[in-house]
Ligand binder design. Structure first.
Ligand code: PHE
Length: 337
């Protein structure tokens, strides 16, 4: 048979055998079959001397091309197998996997979500305002006199004479009342700032949830009912409440609300300082001067407001003993909740 035809046939055979190889052993066998000293390619070369001078030149050329391409294909395949083998050897499939670490909501966000949802259920929407506030929204319009001690540099972080970091979320009351007409019923959760020394119990940055209800004929009884409903939902249905007369420039009358200590059941413990009560919240009926400052007629419009910290109830509920832990971003602390 013509040698050129043989070369072509062998090429086709090789290609189909090559694509049928599945293992390193298959490739090694193929290499032996085609490229060893007694292999197919060598046996073809042995036939060259029998050919005519013309045929010799062309057959030699084609055989070299065949040998080269067979060599390249096989050695490439073997190399890639060896590489894979190396990776396989370096991997111990019996070792346990690396666990994925999932984040979770910060405990303060969880507590605020819970507070929000309790109030949402009884018809309070959520309003927010900026942490950088005007003196007007934070103090003046809330009936703080010009020389009130809360305005002192010792208590408030001022940015300029009239701009400050809000000291309470009551500033959102003003923003919303300036913007909307009664009836209004909302809470406003958010971050507040006070120029206080940082220790286990107090921080210069914390959270509050404010509440405001403004309508005709709003009564103190409704305030009491709302606060009581919230406390029983949040702290447990067995807590008792105590309203103590208090003072805030923006409410009149004002009260502070204590709940019976749910840790000792009211008998007295370290957390409630042996009083049996925990102070939770400030509240009162909106002062007529506040309504005047936002352009509402205090003869027609009434309302109640309340404000509570978030950190303290969270600490009580979850037994957290140091307020600074909220800000340390220690994953061991955060992952507990
Ligand atoms: N703003 C008050 C505070 O920061 C809390 C409060 C809000 C009291 C609303 C009465 C009514 O302590």
């Amino acid at each position: 048979m013509n040698i050129q035809v043989r070369i072509k046939e062998i090429r086709t055979e090789f290609d189909s055998e090559f694509s049928a190889c599945l293992s390193l052993e298959d490739f090694n066998n193929l290499q032996r079959k085609y490229l060893s000293r007694k292999g197919i390619v060598a046996s073809l070369f042995k036939e060259i001397p029998k050919l005519s001078a013309d045929e010799k030149r062309s057959a030699g050329k084609h055989l070299n091309v065949l040998r080269k391409s067979v060599e390249e294909k096989i050695s490439e395949a073997i190399q890639s197998f060896q590489k894979k083998k190396k990776i396989d050897l370096s991997m111990d499939v019996s070792l346990p996997g690396t666990p994925e670490i999932y984040g979770n909501k910060h405990i303060l966000s969880q507590v605020m979500d819970e507070i929000n949802s309790i109030f949402n259920e009884i018809g309070f929407s959520v309003e927010t305002g900026p942490e950088v506030e005007t003196d007007f929204n934070n103090f003046s319009s809330l009936n703080f006199p010009e020389n009130h001690p809360a305005r002192d540099m010792q208590d408030t972080f001022f940015i300029t004479k009239d701009v400050l970091l809000r000291t309470h979320t009551s500033s959102v009351q003003i923003r919303v009342m300036m913007d909307k007409e009664p009836p209004l019923r909302f809470i406003s959760p958010g971050r507040v700032y006070r120029n206080e020394a940082i220790n286990a119990r107090s921080h210069c940055m914390f959270h509050q949830v404010e509440g405001l209800y403004v309508d005709k004929n709003v009564t103190f009884a409704e305030l009491k009912g709302t606060v009581e409903y919230f406390c029983k939902r949040f702290f447990g249905k067995d807590v008792a409440l105590r309203f103590r007369p208090s003072f805030f420039p923006f409410t009149e009358p004002s009260a502070e609300v204590d709940i019976s200590c749910f840790l000792c059941g009211g008998s007295g413990c370290r957390v409630c300082k042996h009083t049996g009560w925990l102070e939770i919240l400030g509240c009162g009926m909106v002062d007529p001067n506040v309504f005047k400052s936002v352009g509402f007629d205090p003869e027609k419009i009434t309302g109640f407001a309340f404000g509570m910290g978030v950190e303290r109830p969270a600490m009580l509920k979850y037994g957290i003993t140091d307020i600074r832990m909220f800000w340390e971003n220690d994953i061991r602390f955060l992952h507990q909740f």
